[in-house]
Design a protein around this ligand. Structure first.
Ligand code: 2AM
Length: 184
């Protein structure tokens, strides 16, 4: 049977997003703390290598649009910044427990705003909800949870941002970095 137009379009598109990855040095402290703070029934822990803060979600993007967005991202000139990870929350509807910041640094807001505007202008649907910077720690967390009163307040340096592909294979989601750009 011949593939439908939809199947042809989908096969040449990739599910992409711009994000800051959690630096290697913070991955183990965060997952050790998470193991103490949460029980297995609270939700499914996100793999250490997948921990990231999304700046702009692009959805399924054609190769042509991906090339245009990559070029625009490469033109962004911004200094680095640090994010204090001192906030924690639970969104029961999507079933997400997240780590975030009480005060988002201006650099983070500017970078996300720039990438989200470029994405919108390129035709990628952007949620009308305000940007809420967060690192998803647990998924499938739909039941009520008593959250720990505080976090250790790790300081996360952001020295680069990246374009990722979300790849679903063998029943798992993996985030494949495609390109990085320095913040300096
Ligand atoms: P989440 O962690 O809050 O689920 C890759 O899927 C990344 O893009 C995740 O960080 C995810 O956020 C985010 N994401 C997935 N779908 C999205 C959507 N429709 N709008 C905004 N962000 C989305």
């Amino acid at each position: 049977m011949l593939p439908s137009i939809n199947e042809i379009v989908m096969s040449s598109s990739r599910r992409l997003f711009f994000a800051l990855s959690l630096p290697d040095a913070l991955q183990q402290p965060v997952i050790r703390w998470r193991a103490e703070a949460f029980q297995p029934e609270h939700g499914r822990p996100v793999a250490a290598a997948n921990l990231h803060l999304t700046l702009a979600f692009l959805g399924d993007v054609s190769a042509q649009k991906e090339a245009a967005l990559t070029q625009l991202a490469g033109r962004i000139r911004q200094p680095g910044f640090s994010i204090t990870l001192d906030d924690l929350g639970h969104w029961p509807r999507p079933g997400v427990v997240w780590l975030g910041c009480k005060r988002a640094p201006r650099g983070l807001l500017q970078l996300a705003d720039m990438l989200r505007s470029q994405a919108a202008r390129s035709g990628c649907f952007q949620s009308p909800l305000p940007f809420h910077p967060h690192i998803t720690l647990l998924r499938a967390a739909t039941r009520p949870i008593a959250l720990p009163p505080s976090t250790p307040g790790w300081v996360m340096p952001a020295t680069q941002f990246s374009l990722y592909q979300s790849v679903f294979e063998h029943g798992r989601t993996r985030y494949q970095p495609l390109a990085h750009w320095p913040l300096k």
